[in-house]
Write a protein that binds this ligand. Structure first.
Ligand code: BTN
Length: 256
């Protein structure tokens, strides 16, 4: 019997098709300021990713948004993407293990999950603030059964990595239990512990990467993340750059 304890804390809304689960969660936040929600859709007609990108959302993959009506201070909201990434890491690890597959799983700053060097999952945080209330929407997409094409970077899916016959209901339940686990670590031990756990699983730590912060592309050794979740690079001149947001490129090439 599956452990469904997370359903005590979240109202679950299920759609066969919707524009975007993040949009639905934001619409919900406008009318419902109490209680937490999980919005799941089997497909999205207008799924979106970070920096205005399109998130291909055909049936078979996971499209989920969590509305947290918990008044998380704006300064702490970015920390939730690290909490979510850890939950997604454990999800992929355990589904792969069940299928006797042991791929290389890494977390790429700020909020991607890579399997064997290819993106399998992305996280999109969006928030809505009222006078005395802040609602946070945590959206996650995981390529379960299909690997979208027309995407300008190396991507994969669980099926392409040899993990098939996975039911989406099982994926959601597994993910939500992990999400709850890391939320309580975050609440009890703070971001210091989440940061430590995330860094253990980080892609390219202590290696040369470059980060496009929208203004410049800065190359350097990826040293760690700061306490607001920004990335810290040590450039060739020894200078430390702390970048709150941006897009990471590995090594000298321009592949994301
Ligand atoms: C990214 O890597 O760019 C983030 C992708 C986030 C996609 C998910 S799918 C569920 C939720 N609804 C959306 O429209 N986007 C997020």
């Amino acid at each position: 019997m599956a452990n469904l304890t997370w359903l005590k804390k979240y109202n679950l809304l299920i759609f066969d098709e919707i524009d975007s689960t993040n949009s639905e969660a934001l619409r919900l936040a406008c009318v419902c300021r109490i209680g937490n929600f999980v919005v799941w859709a089997r497909s999205q007609t207008n799924g979106r990713g970070r920096q205005g990108s399109v998130w291909e959302s055909g049936r078979g993959n996971l499209f989920l948004s969590i509305l947290l009506n918990e008044n998380i201070p704006i300064s702490k909201q970015p920390q939730m993407s690290f909490v979510t990434a850890l939950a997604a890491f454990d999800l992929i690890y355990s589904l792969a293990k069940q299928a006797s597959v042991f791929p290389d799983i890494k977390l790429k700053w700020p909020n991607d999950i890579l399997v064997n060097g290819k993106k399998i999952s992305g996280i999109l945080l969006e928030s809505l603030s009222f006078k005395d209330n802040a609602s946070l929407v945590v959206g996650i997409g995981v390529n379960v059964k299909t690997t979208p094409d027309n995407v300008n970077q190396a991507i994969t899916s669980l099926a392409d990595e040899g993990v098939s016959n996975v039911e989406l209901e099982e994926v959601i339940n597994n993910f939500m239990l992990n999400f709850e686990k890391y939320c309580s670590i975050w609440q009890q031990s703070g971001f210091i512990e989440i940061r430590k756990l995330w860094l253990k699983k980080a892609a390219k730590l202590n290696e040369v990467i470059s980060v496009d912060d929208g203004k410049d592309k800065i190359a350097g050794i990826f040293k760690d993340i700061d306490f607001s979740g920004g990335i810290r690079l040590r450039a060739a001149d020894g200078k430390i750059h702390s970048l709150p947001a941006g897009q990471v490129f590995f090594g000298d090439d321009n592949n994301e």
